[in-house]
Design a protein around this ligand. Structure first.
Ligand code: PLP
Length: 419
């Protein structure tokens, strides 16, 4: 049961027919399954449970909707945040400050202060200077900031180049070989409790080997740091587990991930921290869209839908694959392209694929769109910001309203000297 099943010929989210959501809210609209989010959260929690002392922080960049973050907080997840806005969201959703980890390659001084004043659980530092600044800001306030150094282990995650973060040439983390000297210099600062190491090598990983290689390097670093007299109590192993976007894709299960981590981290004697995003939210959402037209094409017909790259950017950004399925499939199929109305040639969701046959007025879904979907939406082409609905059993609720182009326009202004 994946909670996006056909019941009496119509796709439902849990027990709610998708046409009921479309009728009430309009299209395009994201629809999330609360049950699926919970199942994914519990599978991850169970997968890492044998590791003992663990801290779970949902990477809220994957899906920062307040209701989603709250649901996951109820399941024992803190939050991994990468901006002051995400920090404010996590707190507004009810995540305890101590359960918030602040990652991100470019935190401003204002954001560091926001984190300090909120009393968050950990700052993951990306460079030495950030540690110096954070220590000073904390000391001025009579605080000691809990922190870890994010290292770049120079491991190829084997995923799309635009979601790889652990190769030496990526902007993330500091070179793992330089970490001991940086630890020596930052370790003694009054405002800093430099207590650990963090790593995150990329997203949508379909194999465990790159993660294992990265964690082994981190293990050697932890041993070296301890040998040099540093106290290491926390290691943050990041996120990255993939989900099945294509038929037949078999990403590692959280249980297999947990077994690998148990083997590699045996004897580390630290609190292990995790920042999963996609594996929690990815398959818990779909983007519901209406077919506007079926337009003849040179090689294949163009199915023009009312969702576009501004609502779901992943295909344009990463050539990502999303399944396309009719809400009321007739059983017939067609080979077609599927595209949105935005004026960019990259606004194409599907190219020359066999899909459910559809015609103008039909509802369809782009599948596995619960992570890095609505969160990346924009108002490009002055389109409204896409709404989100959370389904639980036979009820659903709008958890983010559609923001009309007029609202955005109301924040703009023509100077008098142009009138
Ligand atoms: N942690 C950090 C530092 C990240 O940059 C990301 C995403 O890129 C994540 C966690 C979550 O990754 P994923 O959604 O692949 O689990």
């Amino acid at each position: 049961m994946n909670h996006f099943e056909l019941i009496d010929g119509e796709m439902h989210v849990e027990n709610v027919p998708i046409s009921a959501i479309a009728q009430a809210v309009g299209t395009p609209v994201y629809a999330y399954s609360a049950a699926r989010l919970r199942e994914n959260a519990r599978a991850f929690r169970d997968g890492v449970a044998p590791l003992g002392r663990v801290h779970l922080a949902f990477a809220i960049k994957a899906n920062p909707n307040l209701a989603v973050v709250r649901l996951l907080a109820n399941e024992g997840f803190g939050a991994d945040v990468v901006s002051g806005g995400e920090l404010a969201r996590a707190m507004a959703a009810g995540v305890a400050a101590k359960d918030i980890v602040f990652s991100g390659v470019g935190k401003s001084r204002a954001e560091l202060i926001q984190g300090l004043e909120a009393g968050i659980g950990q700052f993951n530092l990306e460079l030495e200077e950030e540690g110096v600044v954070l220590a000073a800001l904390a000391a001025e306030r009579g605080l000691r900031a809990p922190a870890a150094l994010r290292v770049n282990p120079d491991v190829d995650a084997g995923t799309h180049a635009k979601i790889s973060t652990g190769k030496a040439e990526n902007k993330f983390g500091l070179p793992i070989d330089e970490a001991p000297a940086i630890f020596d210099r930052l370790g003694g600062l009054e405002g800093l409790n430099l207590r650990g190491v963090a790593v995150h090598i990329g997203s949508q990983l379909l194999g465990l080997a790159p993660l294992e290689a990265a964690f082994e390097r981190v293990g050697r670093l932890v041993a070296d740091l301890r040998a040099a007299g540093h106290t290491i109590t926390h290691v943050d192993l990041g996120g990255g587990l993939g989900v099945a976007y294509r038929p037949g894709e078999t990403p590692p299960t959280p249980a297999a991930f947990g077994e690998m981590v148990a083997r590699v981290t045996k004897g580390w004697d630290v609190e292990l921290m995790f920042e999963p995003g996609r594996v929690i939210a990815g398959d818990a959402g779909v983007l519901v869209t209406e077919v506007l037209w079926v337009k003849p094409g040179v090689t294949h017909p163009w199915v023009i839908v009312d969702a576009a790259m501004n609502d779901l950017a992943r295909v344009a950004l990463y050539d990502a694959y999303h399944g396309f399925a009719a809400v009321k499939p007739s059983g017939k199929t067609m080979v077609a392209n599927v595209a949105g109305p935005v004026c960019e040639s990259s606004d194409v969701f599907v190219k020359g694929r066999e899909i459910d046959a559809v015609k103008g007025g039909d509802l369809a879904v782009l599948q596995t769109a619960g992570a890095y979907g609505a969160t990346m939406a924009s108002t490009y082409n002055s389109r409204p910001l896409v709404p989100e609905v959370l389904v639980s059993g036979d009820r659903f609720e709008v958890v983010a309203k559609r923001i009309a182009a007029e609202h955005i326009m109301a924040e703009e202004h023509v100077p008098d000297w142009l009138k």
